[in-house]
Every structure is written in C-alpha cells, then in structure tokens.
Design a protein around this ligand. Structure first.
Ligand code: DGY
Length: 351
C-alpha cells in the first residue's frame, strides 16, 4: 500500500545539498519557491494549502491568513532564523502547530559582526571608506588627530573599558568571549524587566574571563539607565516584539556618553530610528553600527540614519557566512523532517 506523502513548502532555494534531504525523503512531496528572491506571498498562500510543513525565513509572515490557508494538515512551521517575530505564536498554539527555529548555530557569526560594527562605528569606518571610495584621499594628508575615534580595546594605564549588553543571551555571551581578548575592564548587562541577576553565570563568566585577562573586573547586572550611562560600547542583543519596541529611545540615548558607540544586531524595532539619528546628529553619542533598522528593507538613501556619517549600516547580514547559513538551512530542514517522523526537533520553540 502506497504511503501518503506529506506536502512540505519551502520559501527559498536552500541549495541542492540541503534541499536534497527533503527531495530524497520518500515521504515528502516538496514545493520550493524557485527564483532566488523573496517568496511571492500569493504563491505561498496557494502552495500552503494542505501543507504539513512550511520552511520559511524571516521575510515570510506566518500570520492568521497563511495558517488558515494551510489548514488542518499543518503540523510544523520551521523558520531558518533565531528570531521569530514574523510568526504568530498564538496562531500556532491554538492550532497545535509546532515551531522550529535555528538558535546557537549563528551565535559566532552574529558575535563577529557585532564586533565588526563596534570597531567600524568607533573608528569612523563608514566615513573613512566613503572618503577613499569617493577619491578624496589625496585631498587630506595624514594628521596627528585626523580620523581619531575612541578605542574599543583597553590601553596600558588608560581608562577602564566597559561593554554593555541590552539582552544577555547566548549571542551576547559569545560576543563577550571575543571582547575579553580586547582587554576590556568589565561587562554590564540588563535582561528582561524584573528578572533577577544571573548570579552563577556572572561568577563563572568573571572567573573564566579573568584567566585570560587578569584586569577583567567582572560581569554584573544593572538597570537600563546605568547600562546607558556606563557602557563605552552598548550592544543591543535582545528579542524584538512589543515588549522591547523602542527601548532605545531619546531618553535612554541622552544618558549615554558622548564617546560611546551603539551596536544593534538583533531587531530594528528595539531602536527609535529618529531618536538615534538626532543623537548622532547632535553628538550625544559617538557613533552607531547597525545590522538591522526598523522598517527594513525599506531603508533608502534619504533615511535619517543613512544620512548620518557616524552611522555604519549593513543590510541584516549578521548570520551571513557560508558555514552559518548552511547550518541554519540544515537545522530548518532537520526540524521539519523530525516532526514528520515523530522525532524531537533539533531546536523547537515552545509556543
Ligand atoms: C535571525 O536568524 O533571526 C537573524 O536575524 C538572521 O540573520
């Protein structure tokens, strides 16, 4: 007796190696959005009908409309991302649909990019690159304090360096690992409002990092205002959504040091773009490095942040390394296959 195949819809071409795992599975009837560009919404709505699994990316909205169109067969939505703001969790929960996602595999890549942006923003990287590209180098000769900016790393006998994290999950901790090599002095962080300090974690990280950098004073939870006031570099690494929307606003930015740098590699919605543009324009902070901007990808040359020379912006490339994107795609596919074969997912987000 022929077994009934499960329809799986994938919204991007994940390459022959990764998709091969679905293609070669005899229980799967595979539908892939063919062009290498964002999946057409109408195509997805049509193809989703009767699907058992949907493999999506953060540009595909998994909302009431899509879930209704998919219908009662749908068992799993698997997103090739650690973030899941594009997924209606309540809609999944009420239908008993499970959610797969891809945490951990991208920690290193996002941490690397966070540091790249901190360095670029602190050392006038965006402006300096534009200067050379525009052919302006011959017009300005080297000068003792030309192009100077704040130094990320500690200097012998120099001021103490404090790095701050708004959100202290896995990516933040991997970023801190890398920063310890920059001889920073201390780390402060805030997590969800009202959540108690992660005392054991603070102690173990302090001990671990002191072994590498004896001058490291430690890791400590602080309130949001203290985080803004004391951070030389403030990394935003918290989830998006209603709870954190515009948590970085005018009030918070006004608390920061004039020499400090803001880095956002989580979600654009955490930062009020107009307030940040004003802060950069009026010099309340030194610079900003952004991988994400609210309203992306509609961030054009006339966007107030793009117009700020001290703002370095890249188009959401935090996880964009060959190794990491391959791991993310493999995890997303493995999550769907696990549900189809009644096995535990590699990474499941409880809804
Ligand atoms: C994610 O996975 O949520 C990241 O933002 C992708 O780079």
């Amino acid at each position: 007796m022929a077994t009934q195949k499960s329809k799986v819809v994938v919204t991007r071409d994940l390459g022959p190696d990764v998709l091969g795992k679905l293609r070669e599975d005899p229980s799967v009837d595979l539908f892939v959005w063919p062009p290498d560009c964002g999946c057409d919404r109408n195509w997805l709505l049509e193809e989703a009908e009767g699907a058992v699994g949907l493999v999506v990316t953060l540009t595909d909205k998994v909302d009431e409309e899509l879930l209704t169109r998919a219908g009662a067969n749908l068992k799993v939505v698997s997103t090739m991302s650690v973030g899941y703001e594009h997924v209606d969790l309540a809609g999944l929960a009420k239908r008993g649909v499970r959610l797969g996602y891809t945490p951990d595999v991208l920690n290193g890549a996002v941490a690397d990019l966070s540091i790249m942006l901190a360095l670029m923003a602190g050392r006038n990287g965006g402006n300096a690159l534009a200067h050379v590209r525009n052919g302006e180098w011959p017009n300005i000769s080297w000068s003792p304090f030309g192009w100077c900016g704040p130094q990320l790393s500690g200097t012998v006998g120099g001021p103490k360096k404090t790095v701050g994290f708004l959100g202290f999950g896995r990516i933040a901790q991997v970023t801190l690992n890398r920063l310890v090599g920059f001889e920073i002095t201390r780390c402060i962080y805030t997590t969800r409002i009202g959540s108690p300090p992660k005392k054991d974690l603070e102690d173990s990280l302090t001990e671990k990092h002191r072994r590498v950098n004896p001058g490291f004073e430690g890791v400590r939870q602080v309130d949001l205002k203290t985080l803004a006031r004391e951070s030389d570099v403030l990394f935003i690494l918290a989830p998006g959504g209603a709870e954190t929307r515009h948590i970085v606003n005018e009030e918070l930015l006004r608390e920061m040091k004039r020499t400090s740098v803001l880095v956002n590699t989580s979600r654009g919605s955490l930062v009020d773009s107009d307030a940040l543009a004003k802060a950069l324009r009026e010099g309340w902070i030194w610079g900003a490095g952004l991988d994400v901007v609210e309203g992306e990808p509609d961030v054009t040359a006339d966007h107030p942040l793009v117009k700020q020379p001290s703002c370095v912006i890249v188009p959401h490339i935090g996880s964009a390394t060959f190794a990491t994107r391959t791991d993310m795609a493999n995890t997303a596919v493995a999550n769907v296959l696990a549900v189809l074969s009644n096995k535990p997912m590699v990474s499941e987000k409880r809804v």
